[in-house]
Design a protein around this ligand. Structure first.
Ligand SMILES: Cc1cc2nc3c(=O)[nH]c(=O)nc-3n(C[C@H](O)[C@H](O)[C@H](O)COP(=O)(O)OP(=O)(O)OC[C@H]3O[C@@H](n4cnc5c(N)ncnc54)[C@H](O)[C@@H]3O)c2cc1C
Length: 542
């Protein structure tokens, strides 16, 4: 039975994953870890959870909640409250490892119907109780914290079903608390795919995808989540908003898009209608390429996106350091393939890998792959077959399990991501890397994984020894410097992780005061008492 802090912070199915041999080699070489450093276990959080802060909602009100959703669906025990206190932001994981939960929710409530949510929101609005809507709690931006206590509204326990599939329109209406695998398995069984596969796919929900404005690993072909959603139903403190489903319209603003990226600050999204695409995995074509340097790979990628040859659905470039680490951790270093690439001029330290996959009809997929190959060849690439891409696909969800064992041995491991226009991409990549690399013993792996005609995202993963005894301050300063650097060089605050509370301090600089005021005015209209995910989410005030 789960009962410790460790049970809460561990990723996914909570299994105890070990750091693989290849990664250990990198940690020894690049971070200077000795065998005794590797044997140490740091801040493992194995104590039983206890919460000191008493439940701040009085008994009579809790009974009223119970009368709405049933007593079994109102939880106030320590473990339930602790489980909903944090998401998966690096500093949150450190807090849990330190067994520190100063501000848990007062209760976790799992409604069974939209009607019950309407009643809960009404009651909370009357009594000024904070509501934090929760999906899979995989937020990496402090989006599900509860600084004002109140209730965490768990949408996953009951509101997790498909409501309607329309095969003529190719749309599906789904309850917001449905997790990725259940949703996709259902769609596959009726010949469709949702096309949205974030790395957190297995443990995140349709509602969380839309509320945090996410992007899946196949977004280059299928689009970001806000491009896939056609209509929503949302319960706000001012009333229920239900938008209608049209392929497009010109009846003023697309109101459902106000809620894309709203991160629980405007209301509880209960239903979502999404486009679905034909599921034809047998037609998918894959290809992988080696490039001599990052710039030529980026140039090839941009050319593909701008030359009208069709769209790969999966399109990625790993920069030289990420490529080097991939070679080391996957056991390619020193192999014949490695040697061959080197003598062909694809040298470690500057070479880059590109992965590509394209869905669609057989003819379309083949044609796009052929065109991509031709463009890549013109940019000096070497075609290395399908298998590197297929190998990457095999581990695309399981690599998330590496973070916990790395933190166990005292390694700060985090990611940050941004969106940039093509003409500024290499500059932002260089600026962020230079900043990260000024910290001694820091591995920085970067990739591009969501690609558009006019630009792409940049995603940085960094590993560095924790400053033991000062982990949180050290991280906060390092993270601040990184966000400042990306902002100053012209990258967006976020491409798909959202803003939450961790990036909220930059919202005014990024958007400008008038734009933020507009968001605030919408918030004030829908949530006049400021009960929805309060405490600075998105930089909004109560
Ligand atoms: C290992 C890992 C890998 C990740 N990879 C990706 C990736 O590839 N792409 C990507 O986009 N993101 C990624 N993320 C970030 C995260 O998974 C996404 O933001 C995801 O969309 C959150 O979904 P969730 O169901 O977990 O939402 P939660 O974390 O529970 O909530 C996220 C935010 O949305 C709000 N919210 C949730 N549900 C609702 C609702 N029904 N109504 C109103 N508000 C709601 C919450 O209040 C919160 O502010 C990753 C995270 C981790 C830990």
């Amino acid at each position: 039975m789960n009962s410790t802090y460790r049970d809460i912070f561990k990723w996914g199915d909570k299994r105890e994953e070990k750091v693989d041999k290849g990664t250990l080699k990198v940690v020894k070489e690049k971070l200077n870890f000795s065998d005794s450093d590797l044997a140490e276990r740091y801040l493992t959080g194995e104590m039983e959870v206890t919460i000191e802060k008493p439940v701040g909602i009085d008994k009579t009100l809790l009974e009223r909640f119970a009368s709405i959703v049933g007593a079994d669906n109102v939880k106030t025990d320590d473990y339930s409250r602790a489980s909903y206190a944090y998401g998966k932001f690096y500093a949150e994981l450190v807090n849990l490892r330190m067994e520190y939960i100063p501000s848990p929710p007062d209760a976790v409530i799992s409604p069974r119907t939209t009607e019950e949510i309407i009643e809960i929101v009404k009651l909370c609005n009357e009594y000024g109780i904070a509501i934090t809507p929760c999906g899979g709690l995989s937020s990496v931006t402090r989006g599900v914290e509860t600084p004002k206590g109140g209730i965490s509204l768990d949408l996953t326990a009951h509101l997790n079903k498909v409501i309607n599939l329309n095969t003529v329109n190719a749309t599906v209406t789904v309850q917001s608390g449905m997790f990725g695998p259940a949703f996709e398995n259902y769609l596959n069984s009726v010949g469709f795919t949702c096309g949205h596969f974030p790395q957190s796919f297995e443990y995140s929900t349709v509602g969380g995808w839309f509320a945090a404005k996410g992007a899946g690993q196949a977004s280059t072909g299928y689009g970001k989540i806000e491009h896939m959603v056609l209509a929503i139903k949302v319960v706000t403190p001012s009333g229920v908003i239900e938008t209608k489903c049209f392929p497009a319209s010109a009846q003023g603003w697309d109101l459902h898009l106000i809620f894309a990226g709203s991160e629980g600050t405007l209301g509880v999204i209960t239903e979502i209608t999404m486009k679905v695409r034909r599921y034809m995995p047998e037609n998918t074509q894959y290809a992988s390429f080696a490039f001599k340097n990052f710039e030529s790979a980026v140039n090839a990628m941009r050319t593909v996106m701008q030359s009208g040859v069709g769209l790969p659905h999966l399109f990625r470039i790993s920069d030289p350091e990420e490529t080097e680490i991939a070679f080391k951790t996957k056991g390619f270093d020193g192999t014949f393939a490695d040697w061959f690439l080197r003598i062909m001029g694809y040298k470690s330290g500057s070479r880059c890998l590109m992965f590509m996959g394209v869905d669609g009809s057989k003819a379309y997929a083949k044609q796009v792959k052929k065109s991509v190959k031709a463009i890549c060849r013109k940019n000096g690439s070497f075609f290395i077959g399908a298998s590197p891409t297929l190998k990457w696909l095999e581990q695309r969800y399981s690599s998330a399990y590496l973070r916990d064992p790395l933190m166990d041995i005292g390694i700060m491991t985090d990611t940050i991501e941004t969106a940039v226009m093509w003409d500024n991409l290499v500059n932002v990549w260089n600026s962020a890397r230079n900043y990260l690399k000024h910290r001694p013993k820091t591995v920085v792996m970067s990739h591009i994984s969501h690609v558009y005609e006019n630009g792409a995202n940049l995603y940085f993963t960094f590993l560095s020894p924790m400053e033991k005894g000062n982990e949180l301050n050290d991280y906060a300063q390092f993270h601040k410097g990184l966000v400042d650097t990306i902002n100053a060089s012209g990258g967006s605050l976020s491409h798909h992780h959202g803003v939450g509370r961790s990036l909220a301090p930059w919202m005014e600089t990024q958007l400008g005061v008038y734009s933020l005021n507009l968001m605030q005015a919408i918030k004030n209209h829908l949530d006049p008492k400021g009960i929805m995910n309060p405490g600075d989410t998105l930089g909004l005030k109560p």
